[in-house]
Design a protein around this ligand. Structure first.
Ligand SMILES: [Zn+2]
Length: 473
């Protein structure tokens, strides 16, 4: 009954929900600069009766919207940020909306909107039926740079929350059980001495030498870390011109591994290599720790709940028009790339999907024990309360994540369908959690078992502020 109320609210408000997602898609604001996005979502949910705390955990664009009182407390997440350089019109060939501008190549316009709409639908049903409990919607900035939720968790915004639901657009309708890599993000500032590179090189000390020697050290270390570790870097500032010995160079490192403690160990070695580089290049350096996150704790209980609701609601199918769009877009995706992405996903029956554009099935999670190489700050929440980030089909098979092809699809009807379906799945699953205490108990017992006594320690220092200053660079 409560689900019917929630789902019909979503049907009645479908046009407005799509409009919000499209507006955010056009804003395409990158991490920690999601001002218009944050305002649109928080104003909208406030209009729907939630009380809002804006600018939480030291981030101007982070907010928490709350409705109701007492337990159960169910949280719903909404991402806000877009990705640099991925601006794209909703057309099946490369054509930026604005050359060089950001775009929603990870579908966070849909993520934020499905969470907001799902949370409001839950409230509407609870209010109408007089159900006890609290629903919270979190406007989470800067997922792409792993900032928002790490600070929200550290600062206690998930304390007392009984379970969390989240939706991420993807290429399958499922509630996965894979984990993700834990990670540290850190910058190294090397300081040397400037001098004429030809006339008086003996007076110079090259900060670039130090950065390069550090990279060489780390590249040698690769053979002696676990296979699944991932270490990557860029040199953000490598000096100005060749005839000046670079007095200042800045590199940016990500260190990832399947377990938090593995990241800690490898990270310590990277820090020592930076010291070694200084010794060799006669320079000094400063370490600027930006952020870190955990690996994801899956929840079988929540996965089964979400998949059951997906089946009950029914996954959307695609129209002839959408298939035509898919056919055109597919021309930009090499078939071998599509095949590899399907093989890598290990989804059941992937071989049969080689000639399909969409996977419109609802799938039971097949990926327990797998670790996706990427990282997400949703993981940090998953260590403190049962959390499920499920996926819905929002792109044609073979579409790379973080690509213009993905931006195109998140701004048109393929994305809209995924958005409405996901909003309904969030609402229905949250209402199950609100009304079936045994489900919550089971999810919490499962998390306790998976943690096996391990306790979440924020991967960031207690006094570290969110890296807002990064935006000026
Ligand atoms: Zn994403």
């Amino acid at each position: 009954m409560s689900k019917e109320v929630a789902l019909s609210w979503i049907d009645e408000n479908e046009r407005r929900i799509v409009e919000i997602s499209d507006e955010i898609w056009e804003f395409a604001e990158v991490g920690l600069l999601e001002h218009k996005t944050s305002k649109l979502l928080s104003d909208e949910i406030e209009k729907n009766g939630f009380s809002i705390e804006r600018g939480v955990a030291g981030m101007p664009t982070a907010f928490v919207a709350t409705w109701g009182s007492g337990h159960p407390v169910i949280g719903v997440l909404g991402e806000l940020d877009a990705l640099p350089g991925l601006s794209q019109k909703p057309v099946p060939y490369r054509e930026p909306l604005k050359e060089g501008a950001p775009g929603h190549g990870c579908g966070h316009n849909i993520h934020g909107t499905s969470g907001m709409a799902g949370a409001v639908a839950v409230k509407v049903a609870m209010e109408e039926l007089g159900l006890p409990g609290t629903v919270k919607f979190y406007g989470c900035p800067a997922e792409e740079t792993l900032v928002g939720k790490v600070w929200l968790v550290r600062d206690g915004y998930f304390e007392g929350v009984d379970a969390v639901l989240s939706h991420h657009p993807g290429s399958a309708n499922t509630a996965g059980l894979s984990s993700s890599n834990a990670m540290n993000s850190v910058k190294f500032h090397f300081y040397g001495a400037a001098s004429h590179a030809a006339g008086s090189p003996e007076q110079g000390r090259s900060a670039l030498d130090a950065a390069e020697l550090m990279n060489i050290g780390v590249n040698y270390m690769r053979e002696h870390v676990i296979d699944k570790a991932r270490i990557h870097y860029v040199i953000e500032d490598g000096g100005h011109q060749p005839n000046v010995v670079p007095p200042y160079v800045r590199s940016w490192y990500y260190v990832r591994a399947p377990e938090r403690e593995q990241v800690d160990q490898i990270y310590e070695r990277v820090l020592r290599i930076a010291e070694g580089a200084d010794l060799m290049a006669n320079t000094t350096h400063k370490v600027e720790f930006l952020t870190g996150c955990y690996n994801e704790m899956p929840s079988k209980t929540l996965s089964e709940l979400v998949v059951a609701n997906m089946r009950e609601i029914g996954a959307p199918e695609h129209t002839e028009e959408e298939l035509e769009f898919a056919r055109e877009l597919n021309k930009s995706i090499p078939p071998e790339q599509k095949k590899e992405s399907l093989r890598k996903s290990k989804r059941p029956g992937w071989e049969k999907l080689l000639d399909e554009y969409f996977d419109d099935r609802v799938l039971d999670a097949w990926n327990e024990g797998m670790v996706s190489a990427g990282s997400t700050d949703v993981s940090d929440i998953s260590w403190v309360t049962p959390t499920m980030e499920f996926g819905t089909t929002c792109r044609i098979l073979g579409t790379p994540g973080h690509s213009w092809q993905y931006t195109a699809q998140t701004g048109m009807s393929i994305g809209h369908k995924s958005l409405i379906f996901a909003s309904k799945v969030i609402a229905a699953s949250a209402l199950d959690l609100m009304t079936k205490p045994e489900l919550l108990k089971k999810a919490q017992a499962e998390l306790k078992e998976r943690l096996a006594g391990r306790v979440y320690k924020p991967p960031i220092p207690a006094d570290l502020k969110p890296p807002l200053h990064q935006l000026e660079k």
